[in-house]
Design a binder for this molecule. Structure first.
Ligand SMILES: [Zn+2]
Length: 184
């Protein structure tokens, strides 16, 4: 099993593990003296513990494959803040709108889902980063200007990854642009 396959498998089992963390925390919460069957307080605790679990697990899992620029760290922090506010509003809306005990629980689920969704876009390697990573290997690959895919050795000028189509002179000009960008 390659390292990437192992990481993908670990990513897939995260949600069942998060469910287990939620379940165990809720059971523990119901046992806290004085908290007798106060659903929302227990769900609030389980939300917090599970959210922290998911954030730590996901970050540790993808940290080695993510280029931690200051911009990316800032975007992650800002997105986390916005998502917590949105899910708190959504949870309150469900709680007071529908009028049952689902609000707090739903708010937690919304926060986790939105946060994971946001990190996929914020942590994803840009085309420029991909080209720089390939060029750092010392070779001089021909890269797709749109997605950074290594097109070296291909018999066609169509990128197999993103489907962008180039003429030979377009590819040639773009590679020269990358080279001059590296020199400056
Ligand atoms: Zn491409």
């Amino acid at each position: 099993m390659s390292r990437l396959v192992a990481q993908i498998l670990l990513a897939m089992i995260m949600m069942p593990l998060a469910g287990l963390v939620y379940f165990i925390t809720a059971i523990f919460g119901f046992e806290i003296p004085g908290w007798d069957w106060e659903y929302n307080r227990v769900f609030m605790l389980a939300n917090g513990v599970t959210f922290v679990f998911v954030v730590c697990y996901w970050w540790l899992l993808w940290k080695p494959r993510t280029n931690w620029t200051a911009m990316r760290a800032l975007a992650t922090g800002a997105a986390t803040l916005v998502i917590l506010i949105i899910s708190a509003i959504a949870g309150a809306g469900i709680h007071f709108g529908i009028g049952d005990d689902l609000g707090v629980f739903s708010g937690g689920c919304i926060a986790i889902a939105l946060w994971l969704f946001a990190t996929v876009f914020i942590w994803r390697e840009t085309a420029g980063e991909r080209i720089a990573r390939l060029r750092a290997t010392g070779r001089n690959p021909v890269c797709c200007p749109n997605c950074g895919y290594n097109m070296t050795g291909l018999g066609v000028s169509l990128c197999p990854e993103c489907g962008a189509k180039y003429t030979l002179d377009e590819l040639f000009t773009q590679q020269q642009n990358f080279d001059s960008a590296e020199l400056t």
